[in-house]
Write a new protein. Structure first.
Ligand SMILES: Nc1ncnc2c1ncn2[C@@H]1O[C@H](COP(=O)(O)OP(=O)(O)OP(=O)(O)O)[C@@H](O)[C@H]1O
Ligand SMILES: [Mg+2]
Length: 227
């Protein structure tokens, strides 16, 4: 298998309120192949988001290594990490993190502009993506004027605008109805099939995890392949 991502022996703990230590990741080892979809399931609080944040360079492990294409991101500075995130990575967060003072269209355009595309090109790309997600009539809505499912689709469009080579998705279908869930999953599968994008998707629903080629489970701070 051609390895895109390798996690080697990652540990992460947080201080707990009683003075104890909360060991969240306890020696996690994981690999993601190019052009594949891997799902991670696990109960609430098992450390799925923590792992995804470490993989995406948004949080640091206490020890262990995260290798993207064989390069250890643990030693990267903030600038290199930010450029990697903006160029290669599409991150769909559990709680959207959209900018409330901007419109849906602007939220999707901004990463393209940061990436050096012209405003008109960015606007066109953002429009096309939002249209594809059925949001053509919501372009000028501020994100706090959108429903949860609409916000989730805006977040998905934003994650895709710079044509990432991989996507990290934290509960991408979290608060969506069945129709929207299927739409998002079909879109992810199409990205893998037609654009060779690798996808790592966290969910607590086994039914959604089945969209992946492989399913892993987070449990007791460790991860193991269950399907
Ligand atoms: N910054 C933090 N400080 C202290 N504890 C934290 C912090 N972030 C996460 N935790 C704890 O770490 C554990 C794992 O959190 P995490 O968000 O990774 O869980 P999860 O598997 O994503 O859960 P969910 O399915 O509910 O999203 C939780 O018990 C949480 O309370
Ligand atoms: Mg989570």
């Amino acid at each position: 298998m051609n390895e895109l991502l390798a996690i080697n022996d990652v540990y992460k703990s947080y201080p707990a309120s009683d003075g104890q230590v909360l060991e969240v990741l306890n020696g996690v080892n994981f690999k993601l192949a190019e052009k594949s979809i891997a799902s991670i399931v696990g109960t609430s609080g098992s450390g799925k988001s923590t792992l995804l944040h470490i993989i995406g360079g948004l949080d640091k492990a206490d020890s262990g290594h995260v290798l993207w294409n064989g390069e250890d991101i643990t030693h990267w500075n903030e600038l290199k990490m930010a450029s990697f995130r903006n160029n290669e990575m599409g991150f769909i967060f559990q709680f959207h993190h959209l900018l409330p003072e901007f419109t849906a269209l602007e939220n999707v355009m901004i990463p393209a502009i940061i990436n050096g595309k012209s405003e008109s090109r960015s606007r066109q790309l953002a429009y096309d993506l939002l249209n594809e997600f059925g949001l053509a009539k919501r372009l000028e809505h501020r994100t706090n004027q959108l429903s949860g499912g609409e916000q989730q689709r805006v977040a998905m469009a934003r994650a895709l605008i710079n044509e990432p080579s991989f996507i990290l998705a934290d509960e991408p279908t979290g608060n969506l109805d069945e129709q929207n869930t299927n739409q998002i999953l079909e879109h992810l599968i199409r990205l893998r099939d037609q654009h060779s994008v690798a996808i790592l998707m966290v969910t607590h629903e086994m039914e959604i995890a089945r969209a992946g080629d492989l399913i892993w489970e987070m449990k007791d701070g460790q991860i193991s392949q269950i399907l």
